[in-house]
Design a protein around this ligand. Structure first.
Ligand code: KG4
Ligand code: ZN
Length: 347
């Protein structure tokens, strides 16, 4: 009897979440304890496979997910030194993302939930990105403002409570990561653009070319990056017309500075105007070294507590889904076996 109670208490206390993420080109699985402690974080990246096509090919991504998913999950359980019998619930990204890619993770999670007799928790990919901040910052609790900048999204979000979000600003056109990828292609750096621009910018002059910093008239917290992208393309065309060469490093550094300036200005303006004391960044672009340095500097100046996941937890991974899934689970969220992939899922 005493033994049984102990087991029950342990189960109440520790929630071991198996998390799965397949929304784009990473096949990822992770075991996360109580939303904050990552016991394993396995990521099979398909980048090399898509590089030859200059970007992610959805059909290839889905097929590769199918090929890799079981292996990645087994490895996540092994590295965490647990079996399915130890797992409390399974969390999975069900949107937004590529529909075929999402479906692989969702079908897998349903099968595990059914076979192991454990609850299924559908997780929003962006909620996952934001929740990556909880993993390495034990003291971080809502409310705070988070800038989410990834390949598909650029959002300024007020995190009111765990899993409760209010969007303050969004991009009117391209996402920040998308702009990085497009500019990288235009200057001949290829895919994936973000990390390549980040690296080469270190050798360039960020003030070499005065690219525009766009403001959106109707909402001071919104972003627009298509004008900046066009300005880079125009600059490159002008160089070609004049038969002049251009410096890849200078274009990259000047473009990067224009993006960083806008993201920093809008974000910290929102933190001040809305009266928040904490600010976090998330998403693939949050791994950008110049962006991280700028926020560190500016937040310190303004006495705002600044949080950022380490670079590996900024880009797509399943640990962040385990963190977000835990808080959904705690709120009593349970998905049914009719859970479907929702490519355009809203936050
Ligand atoms: O969050 P993520 O891995 O996937 C999406 O949910 O979209 O973000 C991928 C995006 C890509 O556009 C990639 O170029 C960008 O994040 N990215 C970066 C860096 N690393 C990845 N952008 C700027 N600097 C980086 N170091
Ligand atoms: Zn992502």
């Amino acid at each position: 009897m005493e033994e049984e109670r102990k087991v029950e208490q342990k189960q109440e206390k520790d929630v071991l979440m198996l998390a799965i993420e397949t929304s784009c080109d990473e096949t990822a699985a992770s075991v996360v304890k109580n939303g904050r402690k990552v016991l394993s974080n396995v990521i099979f990246t398909q980048i090399a496979l898509h590089t030859q096509y200059g970007g992610v090919v959805p059909e290839i991504a889905s097929r590769k997910h199918i090929e890799k998913i079981n292996q990645v999950i087994e490895e996540a359980l092994d590295r965490a030194d647990v079996t399915l019998a130890d797992i409390t619930a399974v969390a999975v990204t069900y949107g937004p993302g590529l529909v075929g890619a999402l479906l692989v993770g969702v079908a897998e999670a349903k099968a595990i939930s059914f076979a192991a007799g454990i609850p299924l928790v559908g997780v929003h990919h962006i909620s996952g990105h934001i929740s990556a901040n909880y993993i390495e910052h034990e003291d971080l609790e809502p409310p705070f403002i988070c800038l989410v900048a990834s390949g598909g999204h650029s959002h300024l979000v007020a995190v009111k409570d765990y899993g409760e979000y209010e969007i303050i600003g969004r991009t009117r056109d391209d996402a920040a990561g998308e702009a990085f990828d497009k500019v990288a292609r235009a200057i001949g750096l290829g895919y994936p653009g973000g990390p390549k621009i980040d690296k080469i910018s270190a050798q360039g002059n960020p003030d070499a070319i005065p690219f525009p910093r766009a403001k959106v008239a109707e909402n001071e917290y919104d972003f627009s990056f298509s004008g900046l992208k066009s300005a880079v393309l125009n600059y490159l065309n002008a160089c070609r017309m004049k038969g002049e060469s251009f410096s890849q490093a200078d274009v990259a550094a000047s473009f990067q500075k224009a993006v960083v300036d806008v993201l920093v200005e809008h974000s910290l303006h929102a933190v001040r105007e809305f009266g928040y004391e904490k600010f976090a960044i998330a998403g693939g672009v949050a791994s950008n070294s110049s962006l991280r340095a700028a926020f560190e500097r500016e937040c310190e100046k303004r006495k705002i507590a600044f949080y950022r996941p380490s670079p590996l937890l900024c880009t797509d991974n399943a640990a962040m889904i385990g963190a977000a899934g835990y808080y959904e689970y705690r709120k009593g969220v349970r998905s049914g076996y009719d859970l479907n992939a929702v490519p355009g899922l809203k936050l």
